[in-house]
Design a protein around this ligand. Structure first.
Ligand code: AMP
Length: 121
């Protein structure tokens, strides 16, 4: 599968819109189109890596950057009292979009604790 085949490839190329949270040379973060909590965004690498199963040790710095961005962006989005991260991987891991992504989602302070896990049912 090439990057052309994924919806996130189209978002990276600006072919379809997204609600951007953050962007730099290596990564893009944008709000999930079907949020499961008050705040729900995705952090993706600009490099095409289909899933965590295809990531290599050489991708370590990129993966580390994505992970380290999660709490920074979560705080900026108002998640100051905790949040959840998820990386769905492969068919049995309930991955739908085969461009690696970290889900970051949570409810605002004073709201309900999260009950949801991803996948959705
Ligand atoms: P996963 O099941 O981990 O592959 O999650 C894919 C996520 O991408 C789901 O939570 C979808 O709601 C989300 N998604 C799909 N299409 C879009 C889109 N065009 N913009 C933002 N999020 C999307």
């Amino acid at each position: 599968m090439s990057e052309n085949d994924t919806i996130f490839g189209k978002i990276l190329r600006g072919e379809i819109p997204s609600k951007k949270v953050y962007e730099d040379d290596d990564v893009l973060a944008f709000h999930d189109i079907h949020p499961v909590a008050d705040v729900h965004f995705l952090i993706i690498p600009k490099k095409f890596i289909p899933s965590l199963a295809e990531a290599t040790f050489d991708d370590g710095p990129l993966l580390g950057k994505m992970l380290a961005l999660a709490p920074v962006l979560a705080r900026e989005q108002g998640l100051t009292d905790g949040f959840r991260t998820a990386i769905n991987t492969g068919r049995l891991g309930r991955q739908d979009v085969y461009h690696l992504h970290i889900h970051v989602f949570g409810n605002r302070p004073g709201g309900s604790p999260l009950k949801v896990m991803l996948g959705r049912d």
